[in-house]
Design a binder for this molecule. Structure first.
Ligand code: AMP
Ligand code: ZN
Length: 134
């Protein structure tokens, strides 16, 4: 049997290879080069529904500029991240989940299950969310 660490290594090599070959799908969506149901956008960030929703409301808030993950953030990004969190709140209000509750998730790298290497904040709500997450 192939050890998980080996599978993980090949999965990540594959993902990064695909991104080099075809470009970043979220950059393309943010640039309107690929169809997307954009719910909100400004000069810094873009919001669209997750294609495989895990809750009645499942949005992704992404920076317009390509940032691979939280690991790639630098001090100069502090305003951007702060701004993105305010957009999370705005979207929660617009979707009517601010009072009932919602969860924000940022997966980083293999063991957290990151599959798209353009930073994104998941916003999940509209149902009771269990804790701890799987
Ligand atoms: P993560 O696993 O944290 O990297 O999350 C990536 C998310 O992007 C997953 O929940 C996918 O369902 C979602 N996703 C992938 N491709 C698209 C797409 N074209 N449009 C919207 N969401 C997408
Ligand atoms: Zn990108």
């Amino acid at each position: 049997m192939i050890p998980f660490a080996v599978k993980k290594f090949f999965f990540y090599a594959y993902k990064r290879g695909m991104m080099k070959l075809f470009g970043c799908i979220f950059c393309q969506m943010a640039a309107h080069e690929r169809p997307a149901e954009i719910l909100y956008e400004d000069e810094h960030c873009v919001v669209f529904p997750d294609i495989h929703p895990q809750a009645p409301v499942h949005l992704l808030v992404i920076p317009r500029r390509h940032i691979g993950s939280l690991n790639d953030l630098v001090e100069a990004d502090r305003n951007l991240i702060g701004h993105m969190m305010t957009v999370v709140g705005l979207m929660a209000r617009r979707q009517g989940i601010d009072r009932t509750g919602y969860r924000t998730v940022i997966n980083t790298n293999a063991e957290a299950g990151q599959t798209v290497f353009h930073l994104h904040i998941h916003v999940l709500g509209g149902r009771i969310l269990k804790w701890p997450p799987g």
